[in-house]
Design a protein around this ligand. Structure first.
Ligand SMILES: COc1cc(C(=O)O)cc(C(=O)O)c1
Ligand SMILES: [Mn+2]
Length: 340
């Protein structure tokens, strides 16, 4: 029996949920509003998502989550403040609610250190205060890393304004889990129909765009020890990495992309790890392991958006060596997220 540590497990607190309810009723044009309304303002079905009971699952730790973990043999959940986190709020509200949720998360982890670990959140809207929160999360709250939901107000981490955050994360050996949210206003175009804003497609496009902007801009030359984790089997990048590498090196030669010290494939291999969250496909997992290396692949459920049992069955029925199974189920997570 392998120790099972699930590493993209969503959670929230009432104060953040209440603030997101206000967003649902605001004039915001953000594509996230479809989903936020469906989860946080579910009295009326304003999003086409119908009534989701995700909110109950997000707020809960002990009543439903823990018994299901016991039932299915899941030893730990690495908890993350669910998307879009605090990133749709004004800078002060976002900064305050990130700190509050980090305090609550630290309490949950201190209460049950053998069952829960956690990733601290921060408010990119105020990068300098966010960098201070990163330091507090890692040195005082002693959480296991950081989470952010891709863009903030349409800006991405290749933008130097966010670099104090990246510098603090690197300095504290804090892996940043870059989780999706709906595509930014400048990206959303044809993704506004057929639920393409969501986890089906827009999420992968949004995070994939963040990843490529970071790699192609040379962020990892500036912060060579910065570690990033993404979900969903690497947000399509592992499958496309040959083409990304080939076309970026050509773009560098003709001056359409900045010169970088390493190649896109090297950045993806050296500075990224990724989880299996929401991609319960054995062939995709075997390819990702063989293409990017077993040390870079971590099991996750994506609870409560994915049910727990199928994700456990998926990994426990995966044909691999014992060493691979240990790496996938807990070894890589223990290393990347400093879980004892
Ligand atoms: C914040 O709302 C979410 C919705 C879904 C979904 O399956 O509709 C998935 C995730 C997720 O992958 O975490 C998040
Ligand atoms: Mn998720």
């Amino acid at each position: 029996k392998c120790r099972l540590i699930a590493c993209e497990e969503a959670w929230t607190i009432p104060e953040v949920a209440d603030e997101l309810k206000k967003v649902a009723r605001s004039p915001s044009q953000s594509l996230d509003k479809l989903l936020v309304a469906g989860i946080y303002d579910a009295e009326e079905d304003t999003s086409g998502y119908g009534k989701m009971n995700f909110l109950q699952g997000l707020l809960d730790v002990e009543e439903q989550r823990l018994p299901q973990m016991d039932e299915h043999g899941v030893d730990m959940h690495l908890l993350t403040l669910t998307a879009p986190g605090v990133q749709m709020f004004d800078a002060d509200t976002a900064t305050d609610l990130a700190a509050l949720s980090n305090d609550r998360l630290a309490e949950i982890c201190a209460n049950r250190p053998d069952r829960f670990a956690g990733l601290g959140s921060f408010a990119p809207q105020s990068p300098k205060r966010a960098a201070k929160e990163v330091e507090r999360v890692m040195t005082e709250l002693k959480l296991n890393g950081l989470v952010v939901n891709s863009h903030t107000n349409g800006d991405y981490f290749d933008d130097y304004r966010f670099w104090p955050i990246l510098e603090a994360a690197e300095a504290h050996d804090a892996t940043i889990y870059i989780h999706p949210r709906a595509p930014s206003d400048s990206l959303k175009g044809p993704l506004q129909d057929y639920a393409m804003d969501s986890a089906m497609w827009g999420y992968g496009v949004e995070v994939g765009t963040m990843m490529l902007r970071m790699m192609a801009s040379g962020v990892f030359d500036r912060f060579p020890n910065l570690k990033v984790c993404v979900g969903h089997m690497g947000e399509m990048v592992p499958f496309f990495i040959w083409r990304i590498n080939f076309m970026n090196s050509r773009a560098q030669k003709v001056g359409r992309a900045p010169k970088t010290q390493r190649s896109m494939e090297e950045y993806f291999r050296d500075n990224f790890v990724f989880t299996t969250s929401g991609v319960e496909d054995h062939m995709a997992l075997r390819y990702a392991i063989d293409r990017m290396g077993i040390d870079n692949v971590i099991w996750a459920i994506d609870y409560p958006y994915q049910p727990m049992k199928p994700a456990v069955d998926f990994i426990e029925s995966f044909e691999c060596t014992e060493a691979e199974m240990h790496a996938l189920c807990h070894g890589n997570a223990e290393r990347v997220f400093h879980i004892p």
